[in-house]
Design a protein around this ligand. Sequence first.
Ligand code: NAP
Length: 470
Amino acid sequence: MKMLIGKNWVDKDEKIEVLNPYNNDLIDTVPSGDNDDVKAALRAAEEGFKINRNLPVHQRISILYKTAEIIRGRQEDFARTIATEGSKTIKEARKEASRCIDTITISAEEARRVVGETIPFDSREGSENRVGYYFRFPIGIIAAITPFNDPLNLVAHKVGPAIAGGNSVVLKPATVTPLSALKLGEAFIEAGLPWNILNIVTGRASKIADALVTDSRVRMISFTGGTEAGQDIVKKAGLKKIGMELGSNSPVIVMDDADLQQAVELSVSGAFWAVGQNCIGVQRIYIHETVYDEFEKMFVEQTKKIKVGYQLDEDTDMGPMITEEEAARVEKWIREACESGAELLTGGNRKGTHFEPTVFRNMPESANLNCEEVFGPVVNLYKTSSLDEAIKLANSVKYGLHAAIFTRSLENAFKAIKELDVGGVMVNDSTDYRIDMMPFGGVKWSGLGREGIKFALLEMTEPKVVCFNL
Ligand code: NAP
């Protein structure tokens, strides 16, 4: 496929190969963009901003609805693209494609709700003759940088609200999964989005990210990815708005009064969805000592039922990891954890990008598998004696995206809701529960700001005050 700059689908001699992570088969190539391409995209986005901010809201709405319809018509093709370039199974990829339709549809709905307020200027003595209001205006060029693990819907979470709010975009998708993003770009253009508003530069971050991140024409960087890259961006960005959706190692608390069957089923799914390559995937489960043994037995049994295989086979539950380097990193962390005393309950082996679903108990606090984000199919079980202890351990890491608690007690639930340092608490559900209209984001090292269309729109627009001195 080609990249989208200004009014052109641009090719280059130098290519990046897009490979199926299951077998390294070549799926397609994309151009290897460079700094000149970023500059050209930014010039186009300057034009695009002028066009979009002057586009009546009803036109933005109809373009967004039409884009959603185009994706709906090609839902299976989108799902197959997600599953072939990424590591989701076809069942998981279908869910992502359907959620992308939601994301773009909600962007259309929210476009008409970007509103302001009147301001009671006469609330201050001496301002009796003033009247006015504020409204929200688009901030300009948004640089969107996206990860591999939801290669379609996380792109939609940036592009949908950016367009709804009247901005223009320069998008840099993950190098390993650029095709879903380019197909989304095609859908927007077919839906009538004027050229220049959306620009997509494919290329490695090491080559093009700095040119994008440091350019003063970019008024907001909307980044989703790992903490390391996030830190790098923050250091280099200079004076511009920053939205950061980063990683986590999400905790689940299972109390003695929980429905264990429900807790096991939802937590196993939450741990191994997308091979654990999920920012809100379950990584640490704190189980009350009175139900620990039963929970562990049920959890391991359920984990062993997961069918690992080719992600496009209908009966596969868990596909390959995204690259062999990533799988080797997880393998190394597993080896280190075993050497430091963690007990492996099931799994632990890998062949190439294929990993067994892996469950540990007695994970030392200092192990990477406890305190870092594993972003792979590994989950730890811990025995705890009270809710206070579980909350303390849940909060003991640098991340804070989602957390969950399984309990039948409202008192337990509300204590956890109040005391867990995270951006979202799921009660009797997995940490990886999400719908696209809810505010989504983390605290501590898990991020800055919120996505979820209405909330992204607030970040991507700014209030302008108008005051009449009568
Ligand atoms: P990543 O390595 O951080 O890459 C994400 C994106 O950033 C890619 O487009 C990448 O480009 C680019 N990038 C890498 N280094 C950069 C730098 N120094 N400056 C600017 N851009 C840079 O993350 P990933 O492996 O694709 O995705 C996994 C991470 O994303 C996990 O930590 C996960 O938790 C997080 N994530 C968070 C959320 C959320 O909503 N909170 C959702 C999904 C994923 P290249 O591909 O060219 O390297």
